[in-house]
Ligand binder design. Structure first.
Ligand code: FES
Length: 116
């Protein structure tokens, strides 16, 4: 049943309300569905006026990318080993690991849609 629902909703974005309030250089964690039922947690990051979405699961060792102020106002941080990630691309800019997973984001009328 869950696989059927995933197939049905694949390709449809999740609407997140009020994201225009996220300040420059800050990030916010958002749950997309129930994590215990296959949902995801993403970290929305505002960099140079644009909104980006990273998967909250760190690609290094399954820590969690944190929210709040971005490091230097532009990099997302995983506090487990202090690796930094570029929200635009997911690239690890401090630490050696795979890129963080990124998701397409579209801002509209003060809200945003995330394809995760
Ligand atoms: S688990 Fe994220 S930096 Fe190590």
């Amino acid at each position: 049943m869950i696989d059927f629902l995933r197939t049905l909703f694949r390709g449809r974005p999740a609407l997140i309300k009020g994201t225009s309030k996220l300040a420059e250089g800050y990030s916010k964690k958002v749950d997309l569905g129930d994590p215990l039922a296959g949902g995801k947690q993403v970290v929305l990051c505002r960099v140079r006026g644009k909104l980006y979405a990273l998967d909250a699961v760190c690609p290094h060792a399954a820590g969690r990318i944190t929210d709040g102020p971005l490091f230097d106002g532009k990099h997302a941080l995983c506090p487990l080993h202090n690796y930094l990630f570029e929200p635009e691309t997911g690239r690890a800019v401090r630490g050696a690991c795979a890129n963080a997973k990124t998701y397409k984001v579209r801002e509209r009328d003060g809200d945003c849609e995330v394809w995760a």
